[in-house]
Design a protein around this ligand. Structure first.
Ligand SMILES: Cc1ncc(COP(=O)(O)O)c(C=O)c1O
Length: 362
């Protein structure tokens, strides 16, 4: 077995190519959490027709794009800022507010802690417990929200646990945070995959609370991580002003600007992606839980966390077996609060999902 001590990000196919000698375009990535449909036919043809947009600068205000996003999300275009992926907006928000002390979920996406540390801040974790299937315990969580905190980061649905916080619970959290002057950054990168978006997304709350900023992107749901198109939503006019003052004049290029105007109104594609993920999520959750090899935690996004119950296996042996069959899974041993008993897989086409299941349960 080749030892892969490196931490492979879901998109590090180049490293895999070099280490295992498998061509990256042959690998099915169950670790990048990207919608398996790829980009829509409509986007492909309309974007090609508009290739000439790169001969001009994007609109400094991104008015048409922000209008398209506002319509898609049911919010005001004045409350939207676009950026080079949600990653850039996470960084920008933290650079502007430079929180001295932040609270994040454990385990969660690693970028928040990295950015907070780069700005000189300190991060503490609120542990999600395995015994509670990694679900947030609202009352206990609220009791940890104290005056010394400047920022709470909630990834919703959370990567890698695929658990989520309802909009009602989020409202409760915002109320307590407001009392203690704590900003809440909610990363909704995966929210478009949940069963009922309206009961989870906190976007409507931005009209009532000025201590919330929501981040979203097109990398996962619209299968466009190379486009680098993300957006943030907040109703806090001072914060909007500060971000607009601080940011570069053009955060996204004219192709991404055009693509956004097309993709957010692509209703057929949006429905097809949701139908596929919702049905595969239910099917695979039941299928994995029906074996004695894994415990699956109820997923709400387009990926699922699995605990390995078979003592003869580990995240590393399963990773190795799957990659030799050109399927890449996420070994979760590098996530704080998880270990080599956990893997994460995202939902791809039904055929690929069955092929991975056969490989992992062999
Ligand atoms: C929770 C979460 N937020 C943000 C990102 C990065 O998104 P983007 O490509 O929009 O920068 C990822 C990517 O894996 C993610 O899992």
């Amino acid at each position: 077995m080749i030892e892969h001590k490196d931490h492979f990000h879901g998109s590090d196919l180049e490293k895999i190519e070099a280490l295992y000698g498998i061509r990256k375009d042959e690998i099915v990535s169950f670790s990048a959490n990207v919608n398996p449909l790829g980009i829509s036919k409509k986007l492909r043809s309309e974007l090609s027709e508009h290739i000439d947009v790169i001969t001009t600068y994007p609109d400094r205000e991104y008015t048409a794009l922000r209008h398209a996003i506002a319509t898609y999300c049911g919010t005001k275009e004045d409350h939207i800022i676009v950026g080079n992926g949600s990653t850039e907006l996470i960084a920008l928000f933290i650079q502007i507010t430079h929180p001295a002390k932040a609270l994040i979920l454990g385990p969660t996406y690693s970028e928040y802690e990295r950015e907070i540390a780069l700005e000189g801040g300190r991060t503490t974790y609120y542990p999600l417990r395995e015994q509670q299937d990694f679900k947030l315990q609202l009352e206990d969580f609220k009791s940890k929200l104290t005056d010394d905190l400047d920022l709470v980061v909630l990834c919703n649905p959370n990567n890698p646990t695929s658990t989520c916080i309802s909009k009602n619970d989020m409202r409760d959290i915002l109320d307590v945070c407001k009392e203690h002057s704590i900003y809440v950054m909610v990363d909704e990168t995966y929210v478009e995959f949940v069963d009922d978006i309206a009961s989870v997304s906190a976007i409507p709350l931005t009209a009532y609370y000025n201590n919330i900023i929501i981040l979203r992107g097109t990398s996962k749901f619209f299968a466009a991580p190379g486009l680098r198109l993300g957006y943030a939503i907040t109703g806090n006019t001072d914060l909007l002003h500060q971000i607009n003052q601080y940011k570069n004049p053009w955060m996204i290029n004219s192709l991404a600007e055009k693509a956004g105007e097309i993709m957010f109104s692509d209703v057929d594609y949006i429905n097809e992606a949701r139908d596929l993920i919702i049905s595969e999520r239910k099917r695979l959750y039941e299928k994995y839980n029906a074996t004695s090899r894994f415990k699956a935690y109820a997923p709400t996004a387009n990926f699922m966390l699995l605990k390995i119950l078979d003592e003869n296996e580990s995240a590393e042996t399963l990773f190795d077996r799957a990659i030799r069959e050109k399927m890449m899974i996420r070994d979760c041993s590098t996530f704080p609060f998880l270990n080599d008993r956990y893997i994460r897989i995202c939902f791809m086409s039904p055929e690929d999902n069955d092929r991975l299941f056969d490989c992992l349960t062999r």
